[in-house]
Design a protein around this ligand. Sequence first.
Ligand code: ZN
Length: 89
Amino acid sequence: MLIIPCPWCGARDESEFAYGGEADIVRPPAEVSDAAWAEYLYVRDNPRGKNRELWFHRDGCFQWFVLERDTATNECLSAHRIDPPGEEG
Ligand SMILES: [Zn+2]
């Protein structure tokens, strides 16, 4: 069982959340090649160890956040809110 620390609600069971994939993936410009676009859509690093992931609290606050998790041990290292642009603080 994985306990995920939602930045708004606190520690909750993983069954309340939806996984959103790797964090920090940058969308390429519109004039990119088909191959580069396909790589953006489908190719992921899937590293073993410390990883930054997007999670959505589906059965709670309905917020997206970044979770730092060790994929080898399943340990949740930290969770961070995603602030709207210009409101980082
Ligand atoms: Zn929450």
